[in-house]
Design a protein around this ligand. Structure first.
Ligand code: HEC
Ligand code: HEC
Length: 242
């Protein structure tokens, strides 16, 4: 409790320090209202930073790293700043035109965090992993998953339920025919979610595709040990009967 109160006080101090070093008038606003007040501008900038998991310096030039007074706020040198302008315009267009046109009345405003969920690039985890695997190989895909899980588990930024790796494995098997990569993703899934019966059935399917009925039977039994009345597992076992 004490530590919490202390860190709140610290945060307030930091915020006050930052606020004092941000000017009261702005010279290079192209999409935000020209007459925006300092409190609203800073609130908007903080919400951008939180929604994207970014710091001010990701979008603004800071001449001396770590020195808040060395920011050149009006500079457009950082590429993310220009992208962010496009995103502000896009978000405005969604809320004022596209969303009402699609749903009629609505009481929900799309914000940066709606898509970004605390990360720079709002790709879903399965999409991100497939992209990494096609670019840098299965090893990198696995490393990426472990890193993201370590850093984001519980944050809501990515879906770490077993469906994600199952989708990645299925996509690898079906679209690229990379069976060993698919198998590795299923094994990773089982390491993280040992009770995911469907993963054992996926392994059984890969075994069958490779002509190894005995291995398939072992994996189906493992699925049934977890979910004894698993209909799909029972049917697979029946099909394997001589
Ligand atoms: C995701 C990118 C992004 C992040 C992160 C970000 N900003 Fe900005 N900032 C912008 C954009 C875009 C504009 C210009 C908006 C416009 O053109 O209307 C802007 C404008 C500003 C301006 C006005 C500059 C001027 O004179 O025109 C200030 C001051 C500012 N930001 C402060 C901050 C602070 C402080 C932080 C960190 C708490 C921050 N920004 C984080 C994108 C960002
Ligand atoms: C409707 C969904 C959506 C909303 C709302 C949204 N973004 Fe994005 N944003 C995206 C997507 C998708 C990408 C990645 C595009 C790509 O990878 O080509 C992106 C990329 C970005 C990037 C570049 C980051 C990178 O790694 O490439 C920035 C900066 C950014 N958005 C800022 C914002 C800000 C600021 C807001 C709120 C004003 C916002 N976005 C609202 C979907 C959204």
């Amino acid at each position: 409790m004490k530590i919490f109160a202390l860190s709140l006080a610290l945060l307030a101090l930091l915020a006050a320090g930052a606020s004092a070093q941000v000017p009261d008038t702005y010279t290079n606003l192209k999409v935000l209202p020209q007459d925006i007040g300092k409190r609203e501008l800073l609130g908007t900038m903080k919400s951008f930073s939180a929604a994207l998991g970014m710091r001010c310096s990701d979008c603004h030039v800071q001449k001396i790293p770590g020195d808040f007074s060395s920011f050149d706020w009006s500079s457009d040198e950082k590429p993310y700043k220009e992208i962010a302008r496009g995103m502000i315009t896009m978000t405005k267009e969604i809320n004022s035109n596209l969303l009402p046109a699609a749903t009629g009345e609505h009481d929900f405003q799309v914000r940066c965090v709606t898509c970004h969920r605390g990360v720079e690039n709002p790709r879903t985890l399965d999409n991100l992993l497939l992209k990494t695997i096609s670019k840098d190989g299965i090893e990198s895909g696995e490393t990426k998953y472990r890193d993201l899980r370590e850093n984001y588990y519980g944050s809501g930024s990515y879906d770490f339920t077993p469906m994600t790796l199952a989708t990645v494995a299925e996509t690898l098997a079906q679209t690229t025919g990379d069976m060993s990569g698919a198998r590795r993703m299923v094994e990773l899934n089982l390491e993280m979610n040992p009770d995911h019966a469907d993963s054992y059935l996926m392994l059984a399917q890969f075994d069958l595709a490779a002509g190894d009925k005995d291995a398939a039977r072992v994996n189906i039994d493992k699925a049934l040990a977890i979910v004894p009345d698993h209909g799909h597992a029972q049917r697979m076992l029946q099909l394997l009967e001589p």
